[in-house]
Unconditional design. Structure first.
Length: 291
């Protein structure tokens, strides 16, 4: 059922004076919620539509379209696009967004899950209250925020990546800011992070791990190449590289941070081509087994 907006209802949310006057002047009082946002977006008042969505919340409505091409688009319910999405400005969805093709947007925000059968390209922001799943690559010039993220191909981000869950990427990860996730991180290719790299669980790469700051993991860290950081390397359990493990000058390498010292030989071993300089904790085992 559509939500009706009244002047009294709107005033109770303390809108800005200019936005409220525009709302009254355009006779939006008594109309339904989505129609009011459509009118605001058509008039170029996208921030007013965003304010309505943020203050009155999502709806249970579902909109299905073949393709979506617009300067800006705001929808309070679930949006299903069978083809491609092209929105040069802001794309705001109150609930889930499902796209059968690819997505190009300036700023993309979904209140719940976002699923894309192609690639996702965003300029300013990619954000979802739930999961982000892309069958192909994810490339964002600004920030990425979500519960967790899965991409079949590479992930590239020009700013910070912040995830409340985990990260799983089929190929390379390249992040210019910091990358933090509450759960684990797994990549099929190289992991390159300019800022802090932190995972609540483990970190695993089928190539090298390179970081311009600290590398921290609550569980183990494993790479089929090198593990290199400009600052410290800290693993809650094991630390393993088929290549070298190297922290920054003057910084230490720590394994077994979350394990009792007597359990280090079983739960906090360190394996690499050579013993890391500055190895502070963990049980040094030497080169990884070929088995």
């Amino acid at each position: 059922m559509d939500m009706e907006l009244s002047q009294t209802f709107l005033r109770g949310k303390n809108p800005c004076a200019m936005g409220y006057r525009w709302f009254v002047r355009n006779n939006l009082s008594g109309g339904d919620y989505q129609a009011a946002m459509d009118t605001q977006v058509a008039a170029g008042r996208v921030d007013d539509a965003r304010w309505l969505l943020e203050n009155f919340g999502s709806t249970n409505t579902v909109l299905e379209v073949e393709h979506l091409e617009a300067d800006n688009f705001v929808y309070a319910g679930t949006l299903i696009v069978r083809g491609d999405v092209r929105v040069s400005g802001q794309l705001l969805v109150g609930r889930s967004l499902q796209v059968g093709g690819g997505i190009r947007a300036g700023k993309l925000e979904a209140g719940e899950d976002l699923q894309c059968e192609g690639a996702i390209f965003c300029d300013e922001l990619l954000q979802a209250g739930g999961h982000i799943k892309a069958a192909w690559s994810v490339e964002v010039q600004g920030k990425i925020r979500a519960a967790d993220l899965r991409a079949g191909w590479e992930l590239r981000c020009g700013d910070d990546v912040t995830l409340k869950g985990g990260l799983h990427v089929g190929q390379e990860i390249e992040v210019q800011g910091r990358l933090t996730c509450t759960k684990g991180l797994r990549a099929g290719g190289r992991v390159a992070v300019q800022g802090l790299l932190e995972a609540g669980d483990g970190i695993a790469s089928n190539d090298s791990i390179d970081c311009g700051n600290h590398i921290q993991a609550g569980w183990g860290i494993k790479a089929l190449g090198d593990i290199r950081a400009a600052c410290s390397i800290r693993a809650g359990e094991t630390l393993q590289a088929d290549g070298e493990i190297a922290a920054g000058s003057g910084y230490g390498v720590f394994a077994g941070m979350n394990v009792q010292m007597q359990a280090w030989p079983d739960c906090a071993w360190v394996r690499a081509l050579k013993k890391p300089q500055g190895l502070i904790s963990g049980f040094w085992e030497g080169q990884p087994s070929l088995a």
